[in-house]
Design a binder for this molecule. Structure first.
Ligand SMILES: Cc1cc2nc3c(=O)[nH]c(=O)nc-3n(C[C@H](O)[C@H](O)[C@H](O)COP(=O)(O)O)c2cc1C
Length: 330
């Protein structure tokens, strides 16, 4: 398994192990941690084109970028070519890449003809990609699912359409909208898309460790992979996969002390970036992911579930860092 740079339009990434876009997760603090772990390209949470055009404060914050994390792809969703075009103009002033979400399976998003709903309406799909490409100063990528349902698999068709509309790369998470996150990702669809287009293809779905990543590269010939759920509470997976690519060997897991330092850094970033209380409320779920499998977690849970301050976080980390609880957990 070779590490390789990927050329996405005018952007060249330093490797081919990317962070998947995840709503409510891939914000600036988390992306900062994943960047430090070596990921070659970071995808933001999805950003509403309508919200952005209406200039909502929350939407603006979600589209912020920290200079240190570049290259970063900001992901847009929307069902109207006009607002997607306007949003592309706004976001491409700061983003390195714009990504269009054509895969979200959440009902609220589908209702506005956005996300995976676009896979059912190729005219609108093409109009949206063309509007974003036309108004963007940076390369545009498109994130797909394999189709709406198992009787309408159309990943090859949508990938080719995206390429024809000017997309500089496509990502495929090969589950249908109706599958949501159930069953398994059909990597064969990634291989078919790779054969069908000339632009880089990024594979997504069910990558849990070094062996999975190696297998996806081998089975699909994709140009890059994206890691999603497996990095929750486990951001060091990026450096482990990259190390494996370079050496063929498994990298040691970080020691408890380093894990606690990383968790602390992540938590402090949340407090700094979102405000102490809001940041700590949001950080509770990350802490539970970091501590998953920990023997004795039930003793820490009440503290995690009432976390509101950085002082409270430090107290939790002090307990977790003692090793007895954590030694078995991590
Ligand atoms: C909590 C969560 C939020 C997600 N949010 C987005 C999103 O905003 N945009 C998107 O294109 N995909 C989103 N995804 C899908 C992931 O990017 C990825 O394609 C999918 O989880 C499969 O990869 P995995 O098996 O590595 O998690 C989300 C997934 C999860 C679990």
């Amino acid at each position: 398994m070779q590490t390789a740079v990927v050329k996405i339009g005018k952007v060249t990434t330093c490797n081919n192990i990317f962070l998947a876009p995840m709503a409510g997760i891939t914000d600036i603090p988390f992306r900062g941690i994943v960047k430090a772990m070596g990921s070659g390209l970071l995808f933001s949470e999805m950003i509403s084109a309508e919200g952005l055009v209406r200039d909502g404060r929350k939407t603006q914050k979600i589209s912020d970028i920290d200079e240190k994390e570049r290259p970063v792809a900001l992901q847009l969703f929307g069902g109207k070519p006009e607002s997607m075009g306007k949003a592309a103009e706004i976001l491409s002033a700061t983003a390195d890449i714009l990504d269009i979400n054509c895969g979200c399976s959440v009902k609220k998003v589908l209702k506005s003809n956005s996300g995976a709903a676009l896979l059912k309406d190729l005219k609108l799909f093409e109009a949206i990609i063309s509007a974003v490409v036309k108004n963007s100063k940076v390369p545009v990528t498109v994130k797909l699912r394999s189709g709406w349902d198992k009787s309408s698999i159309n990943a090859v068709e949508t990938a080719k359409a995206a390429e024809a509309c000017g997309a500089a790369a496509v990502t495929l998470h090969p589950r249908t909208r109706c599958q949501a996150f159930g069953g398994t990702a059909d990597w064969n669809q990634i291989a078919l898309v790779k054969k069908a287009v000339k632009i880089p293809v990024i594979g997504s779905g069910d990558l849990k460790n070094e062996a999975d990543v190696k297998k996806m590269f081998e089975e699909t010939a994709c140009d890059a992979v994206m890691i999603g759920r497996a990095c929750l509470g486990n951001p060091w997976i990026f450096r482990e996969v990259i190390y494996f690519q370079k050496t063929g060997k498994l990298r040691e897991k970080p020691l408890l002390k380093e894990k606690i330092e990383i968790i602390k850094l992540h938590g402090e970033g949340m407090a700094f970036y979102k405000g102490e209380k809001a940041g700590m409320l949001e950080f509770r779920k990350h802490l539970l992911w970091y501590f998953k499998g920990m023997k004795g977690l039930r003793h820490l849970k009440p503290l995690v579930n009432s976390l509101e301050t950085v002082t409270g976080l430090n107290k939790i980390l002090e307990i977790a860092g003692k090793g007895d609880l954590c030694g078995q957990m991590m």
